[in-house]
Ligand binder design. Structure first.
Ligand code: IPE
Ligand code: IPE
Ligand code: MG
Length: 249
């Protein structure tokens, strides 16, 4: 049994990413409109942010709205954005109290102006947090992000080696959040849906049938426990792992 401080130490270095899926099915099973599922999903997001912060997770990236989610009916999209605004408004003070820093990733040019304003306000007000780095992906497409980063890197550095290109790309895509260690998807589907494709090259994948609104602190801890039991090899064989971690990566 690990002590609380050992648990925090283990979480400290981790980047955990979550595909928060299953809101609509959660609602349908209860005879409720899909929007009720999104509302319940917001409460789940607040719980998990709190748990991740307590567990000492370094970076938590939550997939809130994909660029392909624009294909949904307009009233559902409006509710999702209304809830995102509520989340940011409600969370700002709590994030500050916890020393957490919020960053939104994804395209900003298609967001409603009111949403953009609250994003900028929350980012500014939490900018100096040294605890959890919370990233919320809104209007996000990993393929778009990779294409954009590749365009920027190749115009700034037209003739670099592949190796340099790889590290420049990682820096352009992930910044200080770095590669994903653990990627959780709720809702039973086993796919990435255009989320953090480059950054998850060696992520441990954890799929659960639990619908996102039902996902709680104990489920998050179970995912972390499963992660800790996995052996990450990064292409090496087990006995040479220490050597590889000390050098090549
Ligand atoms: C995830 O839940 C939330 C968003 C994509 C915004 P869904 O709305 O995809 O729920 P299901 O997958 O239809 O149950
Ligand atoms: C992925 O879920 C996007 C978010 C959770 C925000 P989707 O429900 O949109 O993914 P698909 O359509 O099942 O792949
Ligand atoms: Mg879904």
């Amino acid at each position: 049994m690990q002590s609380e401080s050992e648990q925090i130490d283990m979480g400290r270095a981790l980047h955990v990413a979550v595909i928060m899926d299953g809101n609509g099915r959660w609602a349908a099973r209860r005879g409720l409109p899909r929007t009720a599922g999104h509302r319940a999903g917001l409460a789940a997001a607040r719980r998990i942010v709190e748990r991740a912060s307590d567990a000492g997770i370094r970076c938590l990236t939550l997939y809130a709205f994909s660029s392909d989610n624009w294909r949904r009916p307009a009233p559902e999209i409006e509710t999702i954005f209304w809830l995102l605004r509520a989340f940011l408004r409600l969370e700002t003070r709590r994030l500050r109290e916890r020393g957490a820093r919020l960053e939104v990733i994804g395209r900003r040019d298609r967001l409603p102006a009111v949403v953009l304003r609250i994003i900028e306000k929350t980012e500014a007000e939490t900018a100096f947090g040294h605890g959890l780095h919370l990233r919320v992906a809104i209007d996000y497409s990993s393929r778009d992000a990779i294409a954009r980063a590749a365009g920027c890197v190749s115009s700034a550095e037209p003739s670099v080696s592949w190796q340099t290109m790889r590290s420049l790309l990682l820096r352009a895509l992930a910044g200080e959040s770095g590669e994903v260690d653990l990627l959780i998807r709720t809702g039973g589907e086993k796919r990435l849906s255009d989320f953090l494709l480059w950054e998850s090259a060696y992520a441990e994948l954890y799929f659960t049938d639990r619908m996102w609104p039902d996902f709680g602190a104990a489920d998050f801890d179970a995912a972390l426990d499963a992660f800790r039991r996995r052996e990450r090899r990064f292409g090496a064989v087990p006995h040479s792992l220490r050597l590889v971690q000390g050098g090549a990566r």
